[in-house]
Structure formats: structure tokens, C-alpha cells
Design a protein around this ligand. Structure first.
Ligand code: CU
Length: 474
């Protein structure tokens, strides 16, 4: 551990600055290198609670020291496998980006050692917590930045239960764009009138990166044109499914540390927003929803009863956020025959991606030559063929025969006979195909236009690259 050398922009930073004597008093830093969803960390010391499951992530173990929960976070460069075969060079904590989830119980006294193995100052802000001002982590305002090689200590009581995040307040444009963030859950002490006990409790962070096709390090100046929209720095189909047992009470906690809002949409069920940044919501404010818009810097906690079996899509509803590695300034090719042209263009412009002539879904089947270390745009394969989505997308799998506490992937849903949409071949119903009704505005005559243009104008909707037209080519 002490001899590990870390490379930041070509420079090797030895961690020897953290002296052996100092390390002896620190809790051993636990490092995670696997990107899989780790099983919940059931507490064996301290107050009991029902642990969360971090999607493609893990919970940081602690040690008890005279009644204080001690954690050790190490800020360092990491290699995150965002999808199999696609590795991003990010900054994170304890070997991963995002960092590990921290779970405590309301009233716990918490001591967090933060070791800086980056090449520049850092700090940690405990987003949403009630704490002494000097523990709030804003570099320059509340504390000096933690110099490279040094370890700082944060200590406070987790005063209110809820869903929180942590991230630097030091060179934050760079450090957050590079993936430095993590989740924090404070469980209620005993029964809470506004926090129901649930069978499964999932959490993840929304994050976004701008990584050029063929490269591995995010561009940190990007404000809008991110090309990788991820959950816990994973992109579909590399985001694990949220596996639940039929009739489970399910909670999903989501935090947003990107530069834009994300309307997160669940299929097949309705949920209640039972918690926000400020804690549990009053019951009188709760209404059933199927989409929760999560603004920048916000957390939302959604509760629902998983009473419909199946494989239910769960995704951001901004259509560009369910795609990967989009090239910008790409013309729409819908309606244009480009057979044979793609390969020739790609020879001239290596990262050029042609949009399919019938829409973008062609991209899922087309064998486009891509630069090395590029995420495929949309690569999810479902039981009925390609799922035309990537990015911020996963599947909530509800199964009758899933065991309690079993999070393993049960495979695709086996639909009961007669419950899947099917091709009309004239046989069913016996009545033949009814004539489709069509909108006939001009003939209705109820509200004729005041004046008619000299010539009829017909427009074609530019989709799906229309929103990026103003940026020009790369
Ligand atoms: Cu989104």
C-alpha cells in the first residue's frame, strides 16, 4: 500500500509522504478494484440498520474506536471500467469512482480520515449534513486544502437521517469532472414516523464525462456537451440490474452531481418521493409519480411496491442521456441512403459516426469501425434483440422466485403465453384491420387560420442530432 506509485499526468507521486507511524494510527484503507455491485455490508458493530446496495459500487467498512465510527477515505487516481473493455482514467476514492458509500446511523459520532494521494490540494464537503462549520470542507473558507500526501480528519455527529453525498470543494471543476464523489446514507435510529422499512434499498449517483472516442481521460472544461452519461461511472448495458423479489418494498436513492437535471423514469410502477435533500418528506406532500426530475446537487429517494413481475426499464428520460459516446455536429442521415459510404468517411475522419438512415437504431447492428477504447453507442442486447439505448439506463427485474436478500441476476423475464405484443397477421379478433383514423385539421373548419402563407411550408423534424446543430463539427 505505502509503496504504491500513482501516476498523474505522467508524473509519479509516491505516497511515502504519509509516514508509517501516522498510518499505524489510521484505519487500514480498504481498496476496491472490482466494478461489480457488492453485497450489502451488514453491520457487525454499532447500532443495527438495514444496509443499502450501491449499484456497481460498495460500502466502506469502518472500525469502532471508543464509540466513534472511523472511516478512511483515500483520494487518488483510479482506472474505472465504465463498460467491459472501456476503461476511463478518473480520480476517485479507495480505488474506485465514485468512492465507496458511507453508511451510518442517526446519532453516530463519525471520524473520517482523508488521505490525499492526488497531485494537488483537495478537501471533502459532506453535502447536506448538519455539522460544525469547520467540518464543512470548503477549501479556503472552512479549512486549508489537504496538501498532497497529507491526511486530514473530519469529525461530526450524523445528526439527521437521510440521503447525502460527498465531494471535494477544492479545484472542484476538475476534481468532480474527474469523478470525485460518493454517496452517504444516514439510517434512522429505531423506527421513524416518516421512514418506512423496506426490503431492498438501492443507491447510485448520476455522473457525466466528456471522453473523446479513443482516449481515456475526461476533458474537464466541458459544460454541456458531455458524451458519457453514467450511473456510478457505468454506462448501460454495464449497469447492473436492480433485482427485487415480487411484492418487495423497494427504495431507490439517487444523487445528481452532473451539470444538468435528469428526469429519472420507472416503468410499470408508481413511486412516492419519500425523501429529498432536506430529509424525509411530510406524508401530506407525497404523490405518486413515474418520473422524478433530479436537479443538479439534489438527492431524491423513491419508494415503491414491486407488485408487477417483469423486466422494467428504468432510465433518464432525456433521450440523449441514454446513448453513449455521441459525436457532436453530426448531420441527420434519416431518409438518406448511405450504404457503403460510412467506411469511406471513417477513413478520412476516424471519429466520424454516421447516423442511421432509418434512425439511430441502425447503429446497434452496423459494424462501424470505432477507435480503440471507445464505448459502443448503444450495445444492450435484450431477449428480443438490440435495446436501442445506453448511458443512464438499467432494468428493474421483479421476480416471484427471487430469494430474500438475493441480488443475483435471474436472467430475462419469461413472459406468460399471450402477454407479449405480437405481429398482426389477420387471424386474431376476426374483424380484420380497422382503418386508422388520421388527423384532418384543414377539413374540420372550426378555427380556420387567419391568413394562409403564399406557399405551403413543409418542415422535416431534424432528429436526433438537431439539438447539437449549433455547435458545428468537431
Ligand atoms: Cu439525464
Amino acid at each position: 500500500m505505502l509503496n504504491r506509485r500513482l501516476f498523474i499526468g505522467g508524473a509519479a507521486v509516491a505516497s511515502a509522504a504519509v509516514g508509517k507511524a501516522a498510518m499505524a494510527a489510521l484505519p487500514e484503507p480498504v481498496i476496491q478494484t472490482r466494478p461489480d455491485t457488492m453485497p450489502p455490508l451488514v453491520p457487525n458493530t454499532g447500532r443495527p440498520y438495514n444496509p443499502v446496495v450501491t449499484l456497481n459500487g460498495w460500502t466502506l467498512p469502518w472500525r469502532m474506536n471508543n464509540g466513534i465510527k472511523e472511516f478512511h477515505l483515500v483520494a487518488e487516481p483510479v482506472v474505472r471500467e465504465m463498460a467491459p473493455g472501456f476503461k476511463a482514467h478518473l480520480w476517485g476514492y479507495n480505488g474506485q469512482s465514485p468512492g465507496p458509500t458511507i453508511e451510518v446511523v442517526e446519532g453516530d459520532r463519525v471520524r473520517i480520515f482523508v488521505t490525499n494521494k492526488l497531485g494537488e490540494l483537495t478537501s471533502i464537503h459532506w453535502h447536506g449534513q448538519r455539522l460544525p462549520n469547520g467540518m464543512d470542507g470548503v477549501t479556503g473558507l472552512n479549512q486549508p486544502g489537504i496538501p498532497p500526501g497529507k491526511t486530514y480528519v473530519y469529525e461530526f455527529v450524523a445528526r439527521r437521517p437521510g440521503t447525502f453525498m460527498y465531494h471535494p470543494h477544492a479545484d472542484e471543476m476538475v476534481q468532480m469532472a474527474m469523478g470525485m464523489m460518493g454517496f452517504w446514507v444516514t439510517h434512522p435510529k429505531g423506527k421513524h414516523p416518516l421512514i418506512d422499512e423496506v426490503d431492498r434499498d438501492f443507491c447510485f449517483l448520476l455522473n457525466a464525462y466528456d471522453i473523446e472516442p479513443g482516449s481515456a481521460t475526461p476533458k474537464i472544461m466541458t459544460m454541456l456537451d458531455f458524451n458519457l452519461w453514467s450511473w456510478n461511472s457505468r454506462i448501460f448495458p454495464a449497469i447492473d440490474p436492480l433485482v427485487v423479489r415480487h411484492m418487495d418494498k423497494v427504495r431507490i436513492r439517487v444523487g445528481n452531481l452532473t451539470m444538468t437535471n435528469h428526469p429519472i423514469h420507472l416503468h410499470g410502477h408508481e413511486f412516492l418521493i419519500t425523501g429529498t435533500d432536506g430529509g424525509p418528506t411530510p406524508k401530506s406532500t407525497r404523490q405518486y409519480e413515474v418520473t422524478a426530475d433530479i436537479a443538479v446537487g439534489q438527492m431524491r429517494q423513491m419508494d415503491f411496491l414491486a407488485d408487477e413481475e417483469g423486466d422494467w426499464a428504468f432510465h433518464c428520460h432525456k433521450s440523449h442521456h441514454t446513448m453513449n459516446a455521441m459525436g457532436h455536429g453530426v448531420p441527420t442521415m434519416i431518409g438518406v441512403d448511405h450504404s457503403g459510404v460510412a467506411r469511406q468517411i471513417t477513413k478520412l475522419i476516424p471519429d466520424y459516426m454516421v447516423m442511421g438512415e432509418r434512425g439511430m437504431k441502425d447503429m446497434t447492428e452496423m459494424e462501424m469501425p470505432l477507435p480503440d477504447n471507445t464505448a459502443p453507442m448503444m450495445a444492450g442486447q435484450g431477449p428480443f434483440g438490440a435495446v436501442g439505448m445506453g448511458g443512464m439506463f438499467s432494468v428493474v427485474k421483479v421476480r416471484k422466485d427471487q430469494k430474500r436478500g438475493d441480488y443475483s441476476d435471474p436472467g430475462w423475464y419469461q413472459h406468460p403465453p399471450g402477454t407479449v405484443a405480437y405481429e398482426f397477421t389477420g387471424g386474431a379478433g376476426g374483424g380484420g384491420l380497422p382503418d386508422p383514423a388520421r388527423f384532418k385539421a384543414e377539413s374540420a373548419g372550426l378555427m380556420p387560420p387567419v391568413s394562409r402563407p403564399a406557399q405551403d411550408i413543409e418542415v422535416k423534424v431534424r432528429k436526433p442530432s438537431g439539438g447539437h446543430g449549433a455547435h458545428g463539427g468537431h
